[in-house]
Design a protein around this ligand. Structure first.
Ligand code: CA
Length: 226
């Protein structure tokens, strides 16, 4: 089955360019010209990734992210932002996006990011991971803390899976960047920290006695015995 991408962009010229370029790369592409339209498309279609412009008339890209995550739509989201500002990126990731790209961007950069996002995580077929009272089913893409199921966006799921596959071991932010994003870039540490903060909230992982421990100057460690 081909990889299907939903492109959400109100600027007709850029939208048409993206559709043509992505189609030539072999992707199936649908276009939405507004946030409302995007939410409708996602409700009825199955997408492997969503390319979502922040600046949209009406419901903007941040709000589209938030609504999709509230609906527990796990589809990876790549935000397109015109503003190269760290607060904007953090806002996007807080809203539930997995990655972002600053306009103007090279098309090759977009396809590289999409390949990383839309790829089925490697080694997802396999046994359910159990560490402490956290259970993670890689094949079904589900997580439980005790009896309660926890809904996680794609990147947070993959960070947790990576940490749980190496319990007790310190994983640096660079390792997490390479494993989960396949690349590293400036500010990546901030991005990872935002995801880990959200991951802790969702896992009800308060300080002290954290499951996911911050190892100062090193990285993160998943411990079964907080
Ligand atoms: Ca726009």
């Amino acid at each position: 089955m081909g990889v299907r991408i939903l492109v959400v962009e109100d600027e007709a010229r850029l939208a048409a360019l993206l559709r043509r370029g992505l189609s030539e790369e072999g992707y199936g592409v649908d276009l939405a010209g507004s946030g409302e339209e995007a939410l409708e498309w996602v409700a009825v279609g199955e997408y492997d990734a969503i390319v979502l412009d922040v600046m949209l008339p009406g419901v903007d890209g941040f709000e589209v992210c938030r609504r999709l995550r509230r609906r527990r739509t796990p589809t990876p989201i790549l935000l397109l932002t015109a503003r190269d500002a760290v607060p904007d990126r953090v806002a996007g990731l807080d809203a539930g996006a997995d990655d972002y790209l600053v306009k103007p961007f090279a098309f090759a950069e977009l396809t590289a990011r999409l390949r990383a996002l839309a790829r089925r995580p490697a080694g997802t077929v396999g046994a359910v991971l159990h560490v402490g009272d956290v259970r993670l089913d890689p094949a079904a893409r589900r997580v439980w803390r005790g009896e309660a199921e926890v809904a996680l966006p794609n990147k947070q799921f993959r960070i947790l899976e990576y940490l749980m596959r190496h319990p007790g071991r310190v994983l640096t932010r660079a390792m997490i960047a390479e494993h989960v994003w396949d690349y590293d870039f400036p500010d990546m540490a901030n991005v990872i920290d935002v995801h880990v903060r959200q991951l802790r909230q969702k896992l009800a992982d308060p300080y002290p006695g954290r499951l996911i421990q911050t190892v100062r100057g090193a990285g993160y460690r998943f411990t079964p015995d907080p």
